[in-house]
Design a protein around this ligand. Structure first.
Ligand code: 0RQ
Length: 509
């Protein structure tokens, strides 16, 4: 294990996670590694949660700010939220315990575009970063760090924090060394220059993080796997959504609006996104590439089969089987995958230049194409906007996909007016459900509404939406985006009743 920590000065700072956690003080802003269950610290957060519980039991205040790359794992977000030890969380989470506290008003959460986080911290918008807790795959003799399975905001945390705690995880494959591309050319305005990345596979930085050894206050050795969520095989609805997207892409190639190998793909996380990748596996496209945040199983399969030539991301988020396969065939994947800091993987300049095809999930879309990706009924957070906004606004093609209904059909995901807006109508070009695909490019509002209702809404809800739209056409004071303002959210009550019925029927079973 000592071979993973090849720098003598840093080797002398090895200690236990409990000892390291004791160096984090009440009120600290802590930047932690971690992106969609990959590369998060495995030991310090649990030790910290135990310390918080002890302090709270003694009647003392102990809460910290937790800044990350994106979502982490139960051992981090879950443990700290359960201990009621988080004052403020940003920029993205998907943990049930964390979500519960946020929606109870007990934990402040700021939901930020993932590409914005690093620069907001450089600008000083969030105040000082006190401590970085970063997992790495190893430490080189010269003190530079070998990143692990995600890069996220680690470069920024290491640069900006006063103190650094490193977790060196020997579960991470040593062959990760060389896969990363850490770009150090970002400056503050007004001194910014173009980022010299022209294709998804360009290398513009170095494989390692710089790290000031004097700032390192602790080094912890761990040996624990990433969280690794398993995927269910695509269901019928996901397959239908994927099929509609593939037909559309083929049509765009025929029309000459996309090259035969398409353009670099971005795909969100989740089972629908994975089903699209699975569809591409059996589809006609060759020579694919991706410029995305997260590399999931589906994308790995595309690389293995030779359909995808190259993938750029900021994190590997693989099921246990795929992680095993990745570790086995790492020699192949090393040549085909680059992991970058999230301010680069999600950079608007690069997404626009490369002409990315963005595909993201949604909670509800309205008849004019505004999209809610984050809130249930306007007031409760689900996860967060993540990178969806970085990609949607700047993409060559911005696609949003969803089943047409949620909660066993009790809720329509197509609504008169979204209860929260993450992506405005201006950033949404295509909406897809298992029912069909609405191509909104070049359409004015009333035509968009007709397309979305006719092609995307579930037949159970289509008549009500048609009726709403028809009456809005007649009665709305303004005819540009016709609405019945007093009625736009009235669907919610009916759906709430239906959902309550379904839930109590289930509980009775
Ligand atoms: O909840 O599991 O409790 O039943 O929302 O919905 O259908 O499983 O879909 O996993 O693709 O998630 C938008 C949340 C979709 C996701 C969202 C309920 C539904 C279920 C999940 P249950 P599905 P997905 C790159 C891009 C923002 C971040 C992003 C997301 C749960 O895609 O977080 O795009 N996006 N990042 O039942 C009530 C509705 C609902 C609803 C769905 N209308 N009303 N509940 N649900 N629609 C990745 C990163 O940035 C890291």
């Amino acid at each position: 294990s000592e071979s993973r920590i090849r720098n003598a000065a840093l080797r002398s700072k090895i200690m236990s996670a409990d000892q390291a956690a004791a160096l984090i003080l009440d009120g600290a802003h802590v930047g932690m590694s971690g992106f969609t269950g990959a590369g998060y610290p495995k030991a310090v957060p649990a030790a910290l949660a135990a310390r918080m519980n002890a302090k709270h039991a003694a009647g003392e205040h102990f809460k910290i700010g937790v800044w990350t790359g994106a979502s982490t794992a139960p051992e981090l977000d879950g443990a700290l939220a359960k201990a009621d030890g988080i004052e403020l969380r940003m920029p993205y989470q998907s943990d049930p315990n964390c979500r519960k506290r946020i929606n109870a008003g007990e934990l402040d959460y700021i939901d930020i575009h993932l590409s914005h986080v690093a620069q907001y911290v450089w600008f000083g918008f969030f105040g000082k970063l006190d401590v970085a807790v970063v997992e790495v795959a190893g430490i080189r003799e010269d003190g530079r760090l070998i990143p692990s399975s995600s890069v996220g905001n680690n470069k920024t945390w290491l640069d900006q924090a006063d103190k650094i705690i490193l977790e060196v995880n020997r579960w991470q494959n040593p062959a990760l060394e060389g896969m990363h591309d850490i770009y150090y050319g970002t400056d503050l305005p007004p001194h910014r220059r173009p980022i010299p990345l022209i294709t998804a596979h360009d290398r513009i930085g170095q494989p390692y993080f710089f790290c000031d050894p004097d700032k390192v206050i602790a080094v912890i050795e761990t040996d624990a796997p990433d969280r690794n969520t398993a995927f269910s095989p695509p269901d019928l609805v996901s397959r239908a959504i994927a099929g509609n997207i593939l037909d559309f892409l083929e049509h765009e190639v025929k029309k000459g609006r996309l090259p035969p190998e398409l353009l670099p793909l971005q795909s969100g996380v989740g089972n629908v996104a994975n089903a699209v990748m699975d569809g591409l596996q059996h589809g006609p496209f060759e020579g694919l590439s991706s410029f995305t945040e997260v590399l999931q199983d589906g994308m790995l399969n595309l690389i293995k089969s030779g359909k995808m030539e190259f993938a750029s991301a900021t994190a590997l988020s693989l099921s246990p089987e795929a992680a095993e396969e990745f570790n086995r065939d790492v020699a192949l994947y090393r040549k085909k995958v680059i992991l970058r800091p999230q301010e680069i993987s999600n950079h608007p300049e690069l997404i626009r230049r490369l002409g990315v095809i963005a595909m993201n999930g949604l909670i509800e879309a309205d008849i004019y194409g505004n999209v809610n990706s984050t809130h249930i009924r306007g007031t409760s957070i689900m996860n967060g906007i993540g990178g969806s906004g970085d990609f949607a606004r700047n993409a060559y093609l911005s696609i949003f996909m969803t089943p047409s209904t949620a909660k066993n059909g009790a809720i329509s995901c197509i609504v008169p007016m979204v209860t929260h807006v993450d992506h405005t109508e201006h950033d949404v070009q295509v909406i897809v459900t298992e029912q069909g695909l609405a191509d909104l490019r070049g359409l004015p509002p009333r035509r968009r509404a007709q397309e979305i209702i006719a092609r995307c809404a579930h037949p159970d809800y289509r008549p009500a939406l048609e009726d709403y739209f028809a009456r809005a056409l007649r009665e709305s004071p303004g005819r540009h985006t016709p609405h019945l303002m007093n009625e736009a959210f009235s669907f919610l009550d009916a759906w709430k009743a239906a959902e309550t019925r379904i839930n109590s029927a289930r509980a009775a079973e």
